[in-house]
Design a protein around this ligand. Sequence first.
Ligand code: HEM
Ligand code: HEM
Length: 347
Amino acid sequence: MNVDVTTDRFGAPGATRQAVEHVAPGTCKPATCNLPHVAASLLVVVTAVLLAFGALVTTYEAAMAVPDWPGTFGHNMLLFPLAEWLHGPWDLFLEHGHRLLGALVGLLTLMVAGLVWWRGGPPAVGALAIAAVLLVIMQGALGGARVLLDDKTVAKVHACTGPLFFAVAVSLAVLTRAGGRSSASTPRAGWTAAALVVAIYMQLVAGAQLRHVDPSMPPDSFRGLVALHVGGAVVVLVLAFASAAHATTWRSWPVAILVAACMQWLLGLGTWIVSWGLPTGLIPEAWQPDVALRARGGWTAAIVTGHVLLGMLMLGLSVAAAIRAGALDHVASLGHRGDVRRWRRFA
Ligand code: HEM
Ligand code: HEM
């Protein structure tokens, strides 16, 4: 069948939509595929795997398994022998794997940005694509600096910007999808969903300070940090509950976040116990200024890493839910209204 693909570079005219309806189910002509959405969705999936490797690197304290950067033991990172990577020590597998995945994510980000530029769309989506490129470059440089300087403060920043990049990737995947935004919900539902995104992100930031804690930190500051993270967990739970209660459309998303928040409490408690012993007081009994806090492997590593990853998943879900609830409407319609309508027709 001949498909009329006589569109401008934004793919806007109605002729294309009509042509799409005549394409046989299961087939996808290049000009009618929503390539930016496909690429952005792939970026989300690969970034999730990258975050998992990153979290494992921290859990196993494998950050310095490869002491040089951008190379790996003097090799060009991409040419490091496969057998040595796959059959070498676990720490090397994690750290080098994290770097390879970082390179892949960088490449995919450039591809998404290129496709968004090529296919057009509202300026807000273009701005998000540019933000993704800048963030991925910054994240790679921070990762390199963490190793070269062997610096925990850089590790904390790297741990906070990683989820930020993930949130941008999720936004891109949602906004490039047909009907990705919904304005049918109430302002209250939108604001609650937006507040939940902020609360979860703050929780990730506080968690990262706990995870990369400096053993020389005074006990009082450490106690404050613990209180902040546990207090933040209460706020997240309350907002997740309110978000599920106020949602008028796409209710399954906030409900999924509420379930995840309950599981996160259990994992958080588990993380506390395997890291610091039973929580008999606000300050963990195991806390001594110059004593190593944790020794992990097997189940304990799974609990701690699971807690980190579920936190990132909650952030991704909350970003998607907030956009669905119309909370970020002002971001997506920063540009001319016509641009937004054109993107909707195209996507
Ligand atoms: C888009 C790219 C990247 C993302 C999204 C990312 C994300 C992350 C995340 C989420 C963690 C775990 C932090 C935690 O559990 O607290 C991590 C750890 C780490 N990443 Fe990356 N990363 C990226 C690229 C890189 C690159 C290119 C390097 C190069 C060396 C690198 C080096 C590290 C190191 C050494 C750690 C362990 C830090 C520590 O435990 O002290 N990362 N990364
Ligand atoms: C429900 C909301 C919660 C979220 C979203 C959350 C998220 C996180 C994240 C993402 C990290 C690691 C951050 C990073 O390094 O990148 C973390 C660390 C941590 N969280 Fe939570 N958390 C929550 C609740 C809790 C609760 C209720 C507890 C304890 C009762 C807890 C205990 C911990 C501990 C002990 C760490 C440090 C882990 C380590 O030392 O490796 N969390 N949290």
